[in-house]
Design a protein around this ligand. Structure first.
Ligand code: DQA
Length: 144
């Protein structure tokens, strides 16, 4: 089964971000880690990243039309993009929100998610393993 793994702004430049918060994997290493973890769960992960709100909305529309399960790290859009929240609300298959860091343990503006209310659940704070845990949870959700 195909799973869409969407990643929002600045995650493509993980190698340049604060490694004490985001860890030391580059985005391409993270992508490989997700693809391998997905295979172990019996999924085919289609991992995508964009800095563009419009592109992410198009991908969510595509997932809604094809009823594809989505694992989603909306990055900074998490905290304010109602347009992405509205697109997330249209999804038909499960949606799991993920974060590398734990936004609730960081600055106050990160404590709000306009996506969480449309997701089956959120996994945050485990670095790349947040994605692995999300894949495991997705496995349970799609089998249910
Ligand atoms: C993030 C957390 C967000 O607050 C931040 O804007 C990001 C990454 C995370 O994965 O920890 O860019 O989504």
């Amino acid at each position: 089964m195909k799973i869409l793994v969407l990643n929002g702004p600045n995650l493509g430049r993980l190698d340049l971000r604060d490694s004490s918060i985001y860890g030391s994997m580059s985005f391409s290493q993270l992508q490989e880690f997700i693809e391998e973890s997905a295979q172990e769960c019996g999924f085919l992960a289609d991992v995508r990243q964009s800095d563009s709100e419009s592109q992410i909305i198009s991908w969510l529309h595509e997932a809604a039309d094809s009823k594809t399960p989505v694992i989603f790290n909306p990055a900074a859009f998490t905290h304010y993009s109602y347009a992405i929240g509205d697109a997330a609300a249209m999804l038909k298959a499960p949606l799991i929100e993920v974060h590398l860091s734990n936004p609730l343990a960081r600055e106050e503006f990160r404590h709000t998610s306009v996506i969480s209310g449309h997701a089956n659940g959120t996994i945050a704070g485990f670095g790349p393993h947040s994605y692995r845990l999300a894949l495991e949870a997705m496995c349970t959700l799609v089998k249910a």
